[in-house]
Write a protein that binds this ligand. Structure first.
Ligand SMILES: [Zn+2]
Length: 292
């Protein structure tokens, strides 16, 4: 696996005082946000490991010029959150309750799993501890950065149990975390019996609600930012995955055959997308689910 290095040099200003460090389609590198108000700056995601996070912190500190720093993460997965310790003493790290619960319950297992990838990923996780948020909120949280309020909104279970969307209403920008990806198949962290929190059915319901919020710019967890079509695209894919899976399951086809057929079909329909390995866990997940 290639080294999951955050590339600060690619940083783009997508709206006034709103930067994105693009993942540039690199595996295990998320899109990272730096959102400024008159009094404070919010960083969204850390990158995997402390060395990446230190670079993000350095950029944010330079941009902040003395403004107070906050950090949040969209969900507990290591490439999004497992650099948070580098922000300790520099920024206030706040997350939604369900994400904090995920960090506690699943963080240690994911740290072990990702270290098991070996090579550069394991090296990035040297000395990394499971993150501990400074502030855990219930419900939603409106973070006032001064002249700009950012809406932190738990979405309910989708890609994980604790997903959080980060909305910047004045700029029409929405950070979705891994609820949305572009240029690749949706990531289903379906690892029975260890982790079965992802839900295709609930994820679809979340996408319907996010589409209705009508953002101008969508920053996905991985892949290029884009317009509202990013959300509709993921929703349409999830529907396609669900319908093709259920149609076969309901005709009593066995799971191996369902996986093979749906995989072949979806690759044929989306030949340019990366992450073909995520189709199988998506089918596996949906095979266990029923209409809400
Ligand atoms: Zn994720």
């Amino acid at each position: 696996m290639p080294d999951p290095a955050v590339q600060i040099a690619g940083t783009q200003e997508i709206a006034p005082d709103l930067l994105v460090i693009p993942n540039d389609r690199a595996q295990l590198v998320p899109n990272i946000g730096v959102i400024g108000g008159t009094r404070a700056v919010l960083v969204v995601e850390t990158g995997i490991g402390t060395a990446n996070a230190e670079q993000v912190l350095a950029l944010a500190s330079e941009v902040a010029k003395g403004r107070r720093l906050y950090l949040t993460t969209t969900h507990f997965h290591p490439e999004h959150a497992f650099g948070a310790q580098a922000f300790a003493g520099h920024a206030t790290y706040l997350v939604n309750r369900a994400q904090a619960d995920d960090l506690t319950a699943k963080g240690p297992g994911y740290l072990e799993m990702f270290r098991g990838f070996g090579g550069p990923v394991a090296r990035r996780l040297d000395g990394v501890r499971v993150p501990t948020p400074d502030v855990v909120y219930d419900g939603g949280y409106d973070l006032d950065l001064g002249g700009r309020t950012v809406r932190l909104r738990p979405t309910g279970r989708g890609h994980t149990k604790g997903d959080q969307a980060v909305e910047v209403p004045d700029a029409g920008v929405l950070f979705t975390g891994d609820l949305a990806e572009t240029g690749q198949f949706a990531i289903f962290p379906w690892f029975p019996p260890y982790d079965t929190d992802v839900s295709g059915v609930r994820w679809l319901a979340v996408m319907d609600r996010l589409v209705a919020t009508g953002p101008r710019v969508v920053v996905p967890g991985h892949g290029d930012p884009g317009g509202p079509h990013v959300l509709a695209g993921v929703r349409d894919y999830l529907r396609e995955l669900r319908d093709e899976t259920w149609r076969r399951r309901d005709s009593a086809m066995g799971e191996d055959e369902i996986v093979a057929e749906v995989r072949a079909l979806l690759i044929e329909r989306h030949p340019e997308w990366a992450g073909q390995e995520w189709i199988e866990p998506g089918v596996g997940c949906l095979c266990t689910e029923h209409a809400a």
